[in-house]
Structures are given as C-alpha cells and as structure tokens.
Design a protein around this ligand. Structure first.
Ligand SMILES: *[C@@H]1O[C@H](CO)[C@@H](O)[C@H](O)[C@H]1NC(C)=O
Ligand SMILES: *[C@@H]1O[C@H](CO)[C@@H](O)[C@H](O)[C@H]1NC(C)=O
Ligand SMILES: *[C@@H]1O[C@H](CO)[C@@H](O)[C@H](O)[C@H]1NC(C)=O
Ligand SMILES: *[C@@H]1O[C@H](CO)[C@@H](O)[C@H](O)[C@H]1NC(C)=O
Ligand SMILES: *[C@@H]1O[C@H](CO)[C@@H](O)[C@H](O)[C@H]1NC(C)=O
Ligand SMILES: *[C@@H]1O[C@H](CO)[C@@H](O)[C@H](O)[C@H]1NC(C)=O
Ligand SMILES: *[C@@H]1O[C@H](CO)[C@@H](O)[C@H](O)[C@H]1NC(C)=O
Length: 344
C-alpha cells in the first residue's frame, strides 16, 4: 500500500515537473502552439478565420536565411491577429523532425511564434480550380530557365484568389500595418510590383490576372508573369497618372500604393540598406521595406555591431531573429573555434 502510494506520488511529481517545465519554457504556447499541434493543422482550418499573410519558398531550401526569418517575424509582430503562412516546396508532410535539429535554427525560432504556420507547398493542389491549372499540366518546368520565379508568380496569384490576404516577398520587413484590403504596390510611377499585394478572396482582378498569365505566357521574358502582368492588368482598369506627393491612386476596386509605402529606397540604391547612415530615415510614409535581395548578388549580410541601417531594422522589427541568427551565430562560431560543444 505504502509502495503504491509512493509510486503514484512519484508519477504525480513527474507530471508536475513536466507541466512546470512547459509553463516556464513556453508560457504563451502551452496547449496551443506546440509543434505537433501546428503540423496537424490543415491550411483551411487556419484560413477560414482571418485573412492571412503568405510567404512562399519555391526552391527546396528549408532553413530561412536571416533576412527571410526577419521578414516573417516582423510580419508576425505587426499583424498579431492574423495568421502568417509560410509555404515551402522543400517541406514534406512531416516537419516536426526539423524542430529537433539544431541545424534549422531559423525554422525553429519561427515555428515557436504563435501565429506563424509552415505548410508544404504542393503546386498542383494549390493551382487546382484556377485558370493556371491547365497551364501547369502543360508546362515543362525543367525547360524553363526562370522556373523558381515563374512558379512563385503563379502560386501567389492562386493563393490570394483562393484565400485572400496579403502576399509578401521574403525580403520585405514589415514596420506598420497596411491599412488597405485590395491593393497593388507601385515600384515606380505607373509601374506595379508583384512583390507585395493584397486582395479579398475571389477578387475579380486576380482571376483576370491568372487568365492573362496563361494567354500571354512567355517564360523567356523576365517579369512577364510578374510585375509586367500586374502593370498591364492595372492599366486595363485604371487610368494611371503620375503620383502627386505621397498620395495613393484610387482605382476601381483597388488602390495603387505610392512607391514610398514599400520602396522608399529604390533598387539602384539598394546598398544603402547595408551602409551606416548619419541620420537614419524615419520611413514614416512606409508600411514595409523591400530590401531588394535579388540585387544582392554579392551576398551582403547583416553583421553584428556594424550599425548599418539593416542591422538597426533587424534589431527593432525582428528582435528574436537578430538575437538568434545574428548575435547568437557569433557566439556559436566562437564556441566552435574554441572547441567547446554548444550548450543546450
Ligand atoms: C498530410 O497529412 C494529412 C494528415 O495525415 C493528410 O490529410 C494530407 O493529405 C497530407 N498531405 C499531403 C500533401 O501529403
Ligand atoms: C516523419 O519524420 C520522421 C523523422 O524523420 C520519420 O521517422 C517518419 O517516418 C516520418 N513520417 C512520415 C509519415 O513521413
Ligand atoms: C540535421 O539536419 C542535417 C541537414 O539536413 C543533417 O545532416 C543532420 O543529420 C541532422 N541531424 C539530426 C540529429 O537529425
Ligand atoms: C523538358 O525539357 C527538358 C530540358 O529541356 C528536356 O530534356 C525534356 O525532354 C523535356 N520533357 C518533355 C516531356 O518535353
Ligand atoms: C470590380 O469588381 C466587380 C466585382 O468583383 C466586378 O464585377 C467589376 O467588373 C470590377 N470592376 C473593374 C473595373 O474591374
Ligand atoms: C485619364 O486621366 C487624364 C489626366 O487626368 C485625363 O485627361 C483622361 O481623360 C483620363 N482618361 C480616362 C479614360 O479617364
Ligand atoms: C515620424 O513620425 C513620428 C511619430 O508619428 C514623429 O514623431 C516624427 O517627427 C516623424 N518624423 C518625420 C521625419 O516626419
């Protein structure tokens, strides 16, 4: 009797320890955002409730770079009420094992954020019941030289058509909420980007874009299915004029947002993000900042203590990424140099 009592006391003690451990390690996530729970969620369950923010990875890459991690974390902070969806081609239907692998630190840190959800990107399923479906069955992806970009152009349209919300490139740092539901972003006067846009689900503009995508498909022309597509569709329904001051253009059914909203530093100037400024810009007229990663062929990165504009943006808008992938990286590098194993 006494032995049984001791055993049950011991079992109770074990449970209590486990509970306390969970509570102290992840106080906000108990019951709600453990990896197992999140990987069991189906996209439809999350999307039913709120308009989400979606990011795509159409390469097989799994571990987000610091910039990608910053884009996702900053969006999660700016839109705490919305789901942040990250669709990755390289993810199988079983991503839990990645969380336990120290190699995937960016993946783990983002997974631990309550409103961030990872899903496998299955193009065939995503494009189903859209005009792009037929095109997808006919195109020979290995013969397309820009397939990574073209597949991304297609997926973002299909996702926003089906579920609504905001699509963002993974090199955009969010700094304040976008107060528009249906919008395109001007990269320059009379020229739209497709790096960030938002629409209600089943918005006719996006359907028309998908039809035009297949009618005028030409994979050899850079951007033909991307910014060029958005721009020619916009011109069909809107009388584009030059922007006056920092005012957006109101078109039927959508707003065309001023270049200051996302591109306050234009692409010829992209290196300014990796420089030290005497007085940093306030970005008061911007909702998010596009860092032009495709211009960054020389792979400039944020270096701890460099005091560049990008470092200060990371520190402010994605502090977990900054701490883990920028500051933490050097600590691990130092430890590895000294030959001591990283602590848990
Ligand atoms: C992923 O797993 C879920 C649940 O086991 C299943 O319903 C779904 O069809 C799977 N998806 C893929 C793409 O394999
Ligand atoms: C999920 O991943 C684990 C670890 O890699 C593996 O053992 C398991 O078989 C996988 N399950 C499925 C359904 O792919
Ligand atoms: C972690 O992932 C890397 C890269 O995929 C792999 O080489 C390594 O074996 C994994 N480690 C564990 C413990 O699963
Ligand atoms: C697709 O393109 C590749 C590379 O150009 C070629 O080798 C292959 O035969 C093509 N496949 C089909 C089914 O046309
Ligand atoms: C605006 O949206 C409505 C409903 O989706 C559509 O019927 C109408 O043609 C659209 N107008 C323009 C100019 O695109
Ligand atoms: C477009 O705007 C210009 C300048 O405001 C104006 O002159 C022209 O009539 C407009 N065209 C249409 C079709 O509204
Ligand atoms: C930017 O906005 C902040 C807060 O609204 C304000 O304090 C600051 O003066 C503004 N800066 C500029 C350059 O407009």
């Amino acid at each position: 009797m006494l032995k049984e009592f001791r055993i049950s006391l011991f079992v109770f003690f074990l449970f209590a320890c486990g509970f306390l451990y969970e509570m102290t390690m992840k106080p906000r996530c108990f019951f709600s955002c453990t990896p197992a729970y999140k990987t069991m969620m189906r996209p439809e369950n999350i999307l039913r409730h709120k308009r989400s923010i979606v990011f795509l990875e159409t390469t097989d890459r799994l571990e987000p770079s610091p910039l990608v991690s910053c884009a996702v974390e900053s969006a999660a902070r700016i839109y705490p009420e919305r789901s942040i969806m990250f669709l990755m081609k390289g993810l199988d239907n079983n991503s839990t094992h990645l969380l336990l692998n120290a190699t995937y630190r960016g993946f783990s840190l983002l997974s631990a954020i309550e409103n961030v959800f990872f899903f496998p990107l299955d193009m065939e399923t995503l494009l189903k019941e859209t005009p792009l479906s037929l095109w997808y069955t006919q195109v020979n992806s290995s013969a397309e030289k820009s397939w990574i970009h073209i597949s991304s152009d297609a997926c973002r349209l299909a996702f926003i058509w089906k579920y609504g919300g905001i699509y963002m490139d993974t090199d955009i740092i969010s700094i304040r909420p976008i107060p528009e539901d249906n919008f395109l972003a001007a990269q320059a006067s009379k020229f739209s980007s497709n790096g960030v846009f938002g629409f209600h689900h089943h918005h006719s503009f996006i359907w028309d874009c998908m039809e035009n995508f297949i009618e005028h498909y030409n994979g050899d022309i850079w951007g033909n299915q991307g910014p060029e597509l958005m721009t020619r569709m916009l011109k069909l329904s809107c009388n584009l004029t030059d922007f006056q001051e920092v005012k957006d253009l109101r078109c039927p059914n959508l707003s065309f947002l001023h270049p200051q909203r996302f591109y306050p530093i234009s692409y010829p100037e992209w290196k300014r993000y990796y420089e030290v400024w005497d007085v940093e810009p306030s970005f008061n007229d911007s909702y998010a900042l596009h860092l032009w990663n495709y211009m960054n062929q020389e792979k400039r990165a944020v270096i701890r203590g460099s005091n560049t504009l990008a470092e200060n943006l990371y520190r402010r808008y994605c502090p977990i990424t900054y701490k883990t992938l920028i500051q933490g990286k050097e600590r691990i590098d130092q430890r590895e140099a000294k030959g001591t194993p990283p602590s848990k």
